[in-house]
Design a protein around this ligand. Structure first.
Ligand code: SF4
Length: 280
């Protein structure tokens, strides 16, 4: 079958990188969504900076390349400007949980109707292996030659506490499962978040650990508290949807059903509004 989501960009990820599984899962999800009547023409993507961000080059979808840590902010702008779009941000762990953590937390807090997929490999791969907010304590790299002395962040409990209305974790070693999570996240009305356990074969090869510890959550935990407990598990790594609720969403609270792209005001109308304001 011809891959009509493939671009002409040369793929420069290391052979075996977990990013390949994420890319394949996203393509699968786009095709499933199209079967459900959600066209790729209304999907818009963004990415930060890092190995993860190359997914922007490898996916034939519209979008805007962002800067480090700002993909969630970028797609919030897209959504407010054109609420008819399904907007998806790809981010790295250093990107989303380091540089861009404030954008991520506030997007969850205000329940922006966006999807954020974090390629969490516990390392800055593009810059050759520095520790990130999710690196394990003791992680050795160029910036922590004697081992990191910090405990890692838990992205799931962080997002649950921040107010995210859809929280999930996936693994590119289980592509069909990850694709189904991406479908659910994009269909969710409100802030949807997926932390993806992405092995970096070159600087933090976690395939053996994940293949041993990953287990599929059969059901969504019944309560918020149960979701937190599940997310805190250390003896295994559950993947699946941890939490999903519906709450008012940001752009509707802000604008009602106004679509600033379709129903934009003329220049004359805007100038008149400024004159009216100044004359008050
Ligand atoms: Fe993937 Fe790591 Fe290579 Fe980057 S450095 S492409 S994250 S394996």
């Amino acid at each position: 079958m011809m891959d009509d989501l493939k671009t002409s960009a040369e793929n420069t990820w290391c052979p075996g990188c977990g990013n390949f599984g994420i890319l394949n899962a996203v393509k699968k999800a786009v095709r499933i969504l199209e079967e459900k009547g959600i066209s790729r023409d209304i999907m818009a993507i963004s990415a930060g900076i890092g190995c993860h961000a190359k997914i922007f080059d490898y996916l034939a979808l519209s979008g805007l390349y962002s800067i480090h840590g700002r993909a969630a902010a970028t797609i919030q702008g897209m959504k407010i400007a054109h609420p008819g779009l399904k907007v998806i941000a790809f981010a790295g762990d250093g990107d989303a949980y380091g540089e861009g953590i404030a954008h991520l937390i506030f997007a969850a807090k205000r329940n922006a109707d966006i999807t954020v997929v974090v390629h969490n490999n516990g390392v800055y791969g593009l810059t050759t292996g520095q520790f990130t907010p999710t690196s394990k304590k003791g992680f050795k790299g160029p910036s922590t030659p004697r081992g990191s002395v910090e405990e890692p962040l838990n992205p799931l409990t962080l997002m649950l506490e921040a107010g995210a209305t859809f929280v999930a974790r996936g693994y590119p070693g289980k592509i069909t499962h990850l694709a189904s999570l991406i479908v659910k996240a994009i269909k969710h009305k409100g802030f949807s978040f997926i932390d993806v356990l992405q092995p970096c074969v070159t600087f933090n090869n976690t395939y053996d650990l994940y293949n041993e510890q990953v287990e599929i959550l059969e059901e969504i935990p019944e309560t918020y508290e149960a979701a937190i407990l599940e997310a805190r598990k250390k003896e295994s790594l559950p993947i699946g949807v941890f939490y999903e609720i519906l709450k008012p969403i940001y752009h509707e609270e802000l604008y009602g059903d106004w679509n600033p792209v379709i129903q934009k005001f003329s220049r004359e109308k805007r100038l008149q509004a400024v004159k009216d304001l100044l004359s008050e």
